[in-house]
Design a protein around this ligand. Structure first.
Ligand code: MN3
Length: 220
């Protein structure tokens, strides 16, 4: 089959619908920002990723996390596009899941214990995470991850759309600090966005992600 024909038969990655209404995170994250962020920015990552990999049939059908884990097998000419656009798709998919309408959830069980052990408790963790997120230079993300080698929790920041999977870590929580995530409501006040963002963190989901890790289930 020619590359052209493969490209035509390739359906590719799909933009998942936002798992809540566009206004669900008000007043912390406004509806206009969420609409643009999901429908325009996230869609663009998906579309550009699909364009990049369409001619490379052996890369088709992988879940996005596996594609990012196997970046070294991706041809040189599209590796950066896959890192950027694929990383963008994976992280936004992750981001939408770990935030939600405020429902008063708190870290539970193993997560609560690990936050105490590794950071001195939830409030101390939040301070450290916010400080790390506030100092990401330019565009990037902050993450709470588990290091499978040590089973300790770590805070990690990465530029652009780089993936924690490239660093051998599994993400539990992530915060988008690209300006497109907050500029409409908060302009240049990233610290105000971060303060508001804690209100929409879905701690029940984050708790389950760590429980899944301990149970040996794949993180998605
Ligand atoms: Mn974003």
């Amino acid at each position: 089959m020619s590359n052209q024909a493969q490209a035509e038969s390739f359906t590719g990655y799909v933009l998942p619908p936002l798992p809540y209404g566009y206004g669900a995170l008000e007043p912390y994250i406004d509806e206009a920002t969420l609409r643009l962020h999901h429908d325009k920015h996230h869609r663009a990552y998906v579309d550009k990723l699909n364009t990049a990999i369409a001619p490379y049939r052996r890369l088709h059908g992988l879940i996005i996390e596996d594609l990012l884990r196997r970046l070294d097998e991706v041809p040189d000419e599209i590796r950066q596009a896959v890192r950027d656009q694929g990383g963008g798709h994976a992280k936004h998919q992750f981001f939408w899941k770990v935030i939600g309408a405020p429902r008063g959830s708190q870290p539970q069980g193993a997560l609560a214990e690990a936050l105490q052990r590794d950071f001195g408790g939830l409030e101390a963790f939040k301070e450290k995470f916010s400080a790390a997120a506030a100092t990401v230079f330019g565009s990037g993300w902050a993450f709470l991850v588990i290091n499978p080698a040590t089973t300790k929790l770590e805070i990690l920041t990465l530029p652009n759309q780089d993936s924690v999977l490239e660093h051998g870590r599994l993400g539990l929580l992530c915060c988008d600090v690209w300006e497109h995530a907050y500029y409409l409501r908060y302009q240049n006040r990233r610290a105000d966005y971060l303060d508001a963002w804690w209100n929409v963190v879905a701690w029940d989901v984050v708790t389950r992600r760590l429980d899944n890790f301990y149970a040996g289930k794949q993180q998605l």
